[in-house]
Design a protein around this ligand. Sequence first.
Ligand SMILES: Cc1cc2nc3c(=O)[nH]c(=O)nc-3n(C[C@H](O)[C@H](O)[C@H](O)COP(=O)(O)OP(=O)(O)OC[C@H]3O[C@@H](n4cnc5c(N)ncnc54)[C@H](O)[C@@H]3O)c2cc1C
Length: 454
Amino acid sequence: MQRRHFIKNSLLATGAVAITSCTEEKKAGDPRNFKGRVAIIGAGAAGLYAGFLLQQAGAEYVIYEASDRVGGRIRPLKGFSDFEIELGAEEIHGKNSIWYGWVKSTTAALIDTKTTDFFQVGNVFKNEAQWSNDADFQAALRLSDQARNYTSTDINLQQLMDNNRLAQRVQHIVNAQVANEYGTSANRLSVKGVSEEDLIWSAGDENFTVAGRSFLSVLEEKCKDVLPKVRINTPISQIDYRSERIVLTDAQSQRYQADKLIITAPLAILQAGDIQFLPPLPDSKINAFKKIGMDAGLKIFLSFNKRFWAADTGSLYGPGLVPEFWVASRGRSTQAHVLTAFVNGTRAETLIGLGSKAVQTVVQELDNMYGSGVASGSLTNAYIMDWRKEPYIKGAYSYPLVGATGARSELASAVMRKMYFAGEATHFGGHSGTVHGAMESAQRAVSELFRDVG
Ligand SMILES: Cc1cc2nc3c(=O)[nH]c(=O)nc-3n(C[C@H](O)[C@H](O)[C@H](O)COP(=O)(O)OP(=O)(O)OC[C@H]3O[C@@H](n4cnc5c(N)ncnc54)[C@H](O)[C@@H]3O)c2cc1C
């Protein structure tokens, strides 16, 4: 996710769960009051961080992970280039988070963020400064800001553009900078949802990419004591919480028991009903599932035998199916020339529908910017990461549909003081769709769990 933010006041604490020293008197919420076993579903950022906090607190826990790896939507690709490609999360959004602190404490190097963005409007391709006298272009930038500060009746972003009579020729800029960034398309994204989340964003407004380390290697280093507690290849298909102890059943009909459960499976997995709950989840939670979307999301990596873009290039915005390209190799390699196409929502669905023609279509869009044959003539390799195809993820990340107000806190609410919900979609403090948001949601869920023990 690419967020451009103003600094906001912090609503969510970002420190770890407080652990009382052995000599102090035990109080309500003290982890030492809990003697049971916690099961965690999912070993992405939320599940691993929940494990990290439980480990710190000395609690017994196991993490059940459906796939054959940890990390979830944090996943590197080795061998495509001379650096590791980030197939999922790639940017750190803001300095005010545990995640930023973790990455900074490793050998990862922050990549210089001074770049120039380029925009194609009609057939003309130039940088932001060169577009500055274009009234439609300025109106598009203003509308992107307006969407982030919107307080009227809820509508979708496309309606906001139409109501403001934003010229068709620049609508793709707003779609790219707001809707695609939120994981979807303008005709699906709630404008009120965007502004509600942006207004309480508290992580800071700088974005960082890193070189020398993959996000997964950082997560694995920090959670090294947690990794032995992860059971991979264990997709939980049923959760029976009718009795005091919770009974989990996996796809091979193996059963596991727990006293408390933290569920971090992605929203799209819960929406699809891939996990059966006995009894069914409360209607209020099922209704909340319907108010938050999680769309198809693609990252397409294109490797070239030469750099045809300016050395300081940040992002490229065009009117085609790819809302935004950026330079994946910048700061990470001196030899390789790799661009990332980042596509969510309806455009991702269209590209997926093109099958083997998808890469050709995307490279053609670069040719439209740089000149006929410039990109297509220097392409050496391509790789498509389609997050909807991942059986245990099924999409990019969550976003607010029209009418979503309050839905994330409902998604997050615990059931019967024994089932706790974490994962990026449950973050109701503005940080959904991010790694640090996933970690903060785990922190909230672990705090709730200890609070309920008394
Ligand atoms: C293309 C893309 C780009 C992104 N860019 C950024 C970015 O630049 N910066 C940023 O901060 N964030 C970004 N994000 C978002 C970020 O990756 C996520 O918000 C975060 O990683 C989600 O963590 P999570 O633990 O909530 O979920 P996940 O990482 O999805 O983990 C959930 C885990 O649950 C497992 N699971 C599912 N079903 C079951 C089951 N039945 N039983 C057991 N296990 C199950 C899954 O296999 C998965 O490992 C991006 C995401 C995508 C897809």
